[in-house]
Design a protein around this ligand. Sequence first.
Ligand SMILES: *[C@@H]1O[C@H](CO)[C@@H](O)[C@H](O)[C@H]1NC(C)=O
Ligand SMILES: *[C@@H]1O[C@H](CO)[C@@H](O)[C@H](O)[C@H]1NC(C)=O
Ligand SMILES: *[C@@H]1O[C@H](CO)[C@@H](O)[C@H](O)[C@H]1NC(C)=O
Ligand SMILES: *[C@@H]1O[C@H](CO)[C@@H](O)[C@H](O)[C@H]1NC(C)=O
Ligand SMILES: *[C@@H]1O[C@H](CO)[C@@H](O)[C@H](O)[C@H]1NC(C)=O
Ligand SMILES: *[C@@H]1O[C@H](CO)[C@@H](O)[C@H](O)[C@H]1NC(C)=O
Ligand SMILES: *[C@@H]1O[C@H](CO)[C@@H](O)[C@H](O)[C@H]1NC(C)=O
Ligand SMILES: *[C@@H]1O[C@H](CO)[C@@H](O)[C@H](O)[C@H]1NC(C)=O
Ligand SMILES: *[C@@H]1O[C@H](CO)[C@@H](O)[C@H](O)[C@H]1NC(C)=O
Ligand SMILES: *[C@@H]1O[C@H](CO)[C@@H](O)[C@H](O)[C@H]1NC(C)=O
Ligand SMILES: *[C@@H]1O[C@H](CO)[C@@H](O)[C@H](O)[C@H]1NC(C)=O
Ligand SMILES: *[C@@H]1O[C@H](CO)[C@@H](O)[C@H](O)[C@H]1NC(C)=O
Length: 521
Amino acid sequence: MYNSLSLLALVVPIALAAPAPAPAAVAVPHPMITPRASLTDRIPSKVQERGVVSSIESSIEGLGSYLTSVLGTYPSYVASGVPNFFQDFPTGSAVESSLGISDSDLAASPTQALNIPGYANWTDQGWNLRFHGNIYKQPNISESKLDDLANVFLVGTSIQALPPAEQTQARNLTAEIYVVQQGNVNVTFNIEPAASQGTDGTASGSGAVTPGGGAQNITLVGETTVEGDFDQFVPLANVSGPGGYLMAGNETTSIQRVNVYTNGTDTGNATSYLVPPAGLTIVSDIDDILRITQIYEPAQGLLNSFAKAYVPWMNMPDIYANWSKSIPDFHFHYLTTTPEQVTRNYMDFIYKTYPGGSFDTRPLNFSDVSETLSIRKFLLEKIFQTYPERKFILIADTSNSDVMKDYPAMATEFPGQVQCIFLRNTTATDPGDKFPYDTSGFQGLNQSMYMFFLVPDDLTNLDIVNGQCYNSTIPQNVTFSEQGLPFGLSKKSAAGRVDVGWNGVAVAAFAMVFGALFGVL
Ligand SMILES: *[C@@H]1O[C@H](CO)[C@@H](O)[C@H](O)[C@H]1NC(C)=O
Ligand SMILES: *[C@@H]1O[C@H](CO)[C@@H](O)[C@H](O)[C@H]1NC(C)=O
Ligand SMILES: *[C@@H]1O[C@H](CO)[C@@H](O)[C@H](O)[C@H]1NC(C)=O
Ligand SMILES: *[C@@H]1O[C@H](CO)[C@@H](O)[C@H](O)[C@H]1NC(C)=O
Ligand SMILES: *[C@@H]1O[C@H](CO)[C@@H](O)[C@H](O)[C@H]1NC(C)=O
Ligand SMILES: *[C@@H]1O[C@H](CO)[C@@H](O)[C@H](O)[C@H]1NC(C)=O
Ligand SMILES: *[C@@H]1O[C@H](CO)[C@@H](O)[C@H](O)[C@H]1NC(C)=O
Ligand SMILES: *[C@@H]1O[C@H](CO)[C@@H](O)[C@H](O)[C@H]1NC(C)=O
Ligand SMILES: *[C@@H]1O[C@H](CO)[C@@H](O)[C@H](O)[C@H]1NC(C)=O
Ligand SMILES: *[C@@H]1O[C@H](CO)[C@@H](O)[C@H](O)[C@H]1NC(C)=O
Ligand SMILES: *[C@@H]1O[C@H](CO)[C@@H](O)[C@H](O)[C@H]1NC(C)=O
Ligand SMILES: *[C@@H]1O[C@H](CO)[C@@H](O)[C@H](O)[C@H]1NC(C)=O
């Protein structure tokens, strides 16, 4: 394990050798910052191996055993295929020990809450609202210590070498990651009708309306999990306010907006949505569809995630703004598998750039490898089960192997509920993406319900409400097998081995660094 530092030196030049990505088309910088989440009622679903995994495993022959010998474990980044370096952050006592702080130091810090915007469905008992998030404490970390910790993430550069704005962002993110989650806490919320989303009202509320009443206090059943997480549905009482009542879900098509304040802290404010049984919901991924991440370019992806301001992908904000304006009662739900420690940063970006909506990120008790592979499916099933009569638009990009499997699976698992699947073909517009993806899940689906597209404009003028999901001017090349392998190779070629090229090597290298990093912690 102590070899990790020398490994770092070894790895950096390789990572930097990867070709520089094309500059982003649109570069409107946005400030950012945000929270964390959890789940107590989950039944772990079956772990599915990702297509990419086996390519990488077989391509970098011997890497696995090498990593195992060096690190003692096989890093989950390699196992999950795509270079998802944004995971395996330290938690709880690992944070305390790496910072050299004691329980009594921490006791002096105020308790904070990550309260993730939720959604409610209409039931015989009235509105049933989902509360999910995390309770934690933020240790007081000196700037020099923060810089040391940030430098561990900044492979190939250092915080001192970054421009001031990026230094601030890197320190902020590091501090967000180094928090100590608080288990066994009772959590109470104060609910009020919401005039807009958030305090600044910048996000348009996707046409949602303000209810006349509904102010009440809700205490969750039971305490937070050992990871500090909470996730449960609780019925709301039909209490009156100055403007009347909450509207019943079977008597309105409007989405009602409520503010949910966590009692005892001003860090846990969220806006949640009461969504009627019928209508249209978009479930949107974030990385490489709503913002430029380039997760498939490890060095760049790391900087984009860790130090740089988040930048929208081309004119996607216009597409979403137009949908929000033109589609009545459209429910926006942002579902990313990024770890809950960085939720605040994602929410901050989304609510300044895209329509307001509910949110899901990867809760802490889904942080081991096998669960990481099934979290998207779990979260998708949860929202589909909550709205058996609603129809869904699913959108993401081809670089997520779980998306490639889970999105089409929803169409089979919940017949009639998937209206459209839109996938940005990242390999088509970003030659740096050398990650293969598997389109076999689309085999049985009608072409009219999905589209692989290139740029946001391909989504314009589609009548998605009436099921027009395919822009016939965009040629489709779906082979229903593994696609996107570099150099025209196919996975099944030769002895089942594939050379994934520089990026594959760089990814593996990052896997080593990050695995080593958190192994040491
Ligand atoms: C990070 O910055 C955001 C606002 O830019 C702020 O809300 C958040 O509290 C900061 N987090 C930390 C840990 O400093
Ligand atoms: C709406 O649901 C409530 C509770 O289930 C029921 O009492 C009421 O009659 C329903 N209203 C309509 C218009 O169906
Ligand atoms: C954090 O610690 C520094 C000294 O290391 C101290 O000056 C500062 O007041 C502390 N901040 C808080 C919020 O406790
Ligand atoms: C949480 O609430 C329950 C029920 O009111 C109580 O028994 C328990 O002691 C509380 N836990 C804490 C840590 O306060
Ligand atoms: C919620 O609880 C607070 C005390 O923490 C109280 O001041 C407030 O009136 C309560 N709100 C409602 C709607 O009961
Ligand atoms: C609450 O009660 C009022 C008055 O009876 C009724 O008009 C309204 O539909 C009810 N709302 C809900 C959410 O049950
Ligand atoms: C909210 O928290 C305060 C202490 O911060 C406590 O006095 C109050 O009773 C709490 N309110 C509810 C409704 O739990
Ligand atoms: C949360 O809401 C409370 C009550 O409106 C407000 O005082 C506080 O500033 C808000 N917190 C943040 C971080 O906006
Ligand atoms: C409401 O959502 C819960 C939680 O997902 C689900 O179990 C329940 O069946 C839903 N109720 C209705 C009427 O759809
Ligand atoms: C994605 O784009 C690449 C490069 O243009 C192309 O080879 C591939 O067939 C496209 N994939 C799909 C599913 O359209
Ligand atoms: C399909 O392949 C053609 C020819 O390579 C390419 O121009 C087009 O962009 C591809 N379509 C998609 C959606 O990737
Ligand atoms: C299809 O895509 C083209 C090219 O991006 C765009 O100009 C057009 O508006 C889109 N929609 C339809 C319905 O053709």
